[in-house]
Design a protein around this ligand. Structure first.
Ligand code: AHR
Length: 343
């Protein structure tokens, strides 16, 4: 009897704690990462109570760009609209160590599926081996990890960043009349989106020998840094004679546009600009004649993520790469597309 009472007491405490921990289905990384060891048992109790629910942990990089905000919203809104999904959301604030903590917390909570957007490509072996040992499938969302660790994740949902870089180079070469000097604003150092967009661009530019990349520097995928870096480049000897800017994302391009205007030049005319993502503000910049081309990269990955996760939970096989369909927008095509842009 005493034993039964103790058991009931523990169960009530576990349920109350589990409710506090899982909240309305979304919460921040700091909570999930630091509370991992305490929450494991309580979450187990919740999972047993509702085994039909998909319990999924998602480790997001942060909030560095408009694109990232749209991706977060897609992942959170899709979960909120589906009562069969229990999303545990964790924001790493650009730090790999926070993502690793979040993944360990998801493993401890015995989620059905772990999803993550890896901030950089390398350094995931140990934690992803732990997920594999715990038999929890891992889905990479939007960014990849190094090729040698392909067996450590089940599926990658996202874009072909190399093709995006190639498409950016083709467009920029055309706008520049196939000659001139280019500044490249790179994404976060070590990120697959930065590495592959650079590779695609460089490969394609080999076909355009009269275009020279005079400076490549990281603007960390955010607008303020993109602006600062562009300002410094415009003041440097290399920046005195440039006809093109290739930005690995729209936010850095929008920062560069401000820097170019403040330096007394006309973005889109004196300096041709091509960027990647396709956020509304980039389309507006095309309409205003300040940006020349945007290469689309789809952040609305929520529906595909949960479909893949549900399939995995149901024991189905999912493709190793679930590729996004994307387009390239310039001029009137961009202006016509603007009213229907979803992010
Ligand atoms: O990984 C995708 C990239 O990350 C997007 O292009 C960029 O805007 C984001 O921060």
């Amino acid at each position: 009897m005493v034993q039964k009472k103790r058991f009931m007491g523990a169960l009530v405490a576990a349920t109350v704690l589990a409710t506090l921990v899982s909240g309305c289905g979304t919460k921040t990384e700091t909570t999930s990462a630091t509370k991992a060891p305490d929450t494991a048992k309580t979450t187990e109790a919740t999972a047993k109570a509702g085994d039909s629910k998909l319990v999924i942990g998602f480790s997001q990089i942060g909030a560095e760009s408009g694109w990232r905000g749209a991706e977060t919203q897609s992942i959170q809104d899709t979960a909120k609209a589906d009562p069969t999904i229990d999303l545990k959301f964790s924001d790493a604030q650009q730090k790999q160590e926070n993502q690793i903590k979040a993944i360990r917390s998801f493993i401890a909570q015995k989620v059905d599926v772990i999803a993550m957007a890896p901030v950089v490509e390398t350094g995931w072996e140990a934690v992803l081996k732990e997920a594999k040992d715990a038999k929890i499938p891992v889905i990479l969302v939007d960014r990849g990890i190094d090729k040698k660790n392909e067996d450590l994740y089940t599926s990658f949902i996202g874009s072909d960043f190399i093709t995006e870089g190639q498409n950016a180079a083709k467009a920029l070469a055309e706008h520049m009349g196939d000659k001139g000097n280019v500044v490249e604003l790179e994404g976060t150092v070590g990120a697959s989106a930065a590495n592959d967009r650079k590779k695609g661009f460089d490969d394609e530019m080999k076909k355009h020998p009269n275009i020279k990349i005079v400076k490549s520097q990281s603007g960390d995928f955010n607008r303020a840094t993109g602006k600062q870096v562009m300002e410094a480049i415009l003041k440097s000897p290399e920046g005195k004679d440039i006809q093109g800017v290739y930005a690995h994302n729209d936010d850095m391009a929008l920062g560069a546009i401000q820097a170019i205007e403040e330096a007394g030049k006309k973005p889109g005319t004196d300096v041709k600009i091509v960027s990647i993502d396709g956020i509304k503000e980039a389309f507006e910049a095309i309409k205003a004649g300040k940006l020349n081309t945007v290469v689309e990269c789809n952040p609305l990955l929520g529906p595909q993520l949960y479909q893949a996760a549900k399939d995995l939970k149901a024991g189905k096989t999912v493709p190793k790469w679930i590729k996004s369909n994307e387009d390239v927008f310039s001029g009137q095509k961009a202006i016509d597309a603007l009213p229907n842009r979803k992010y």
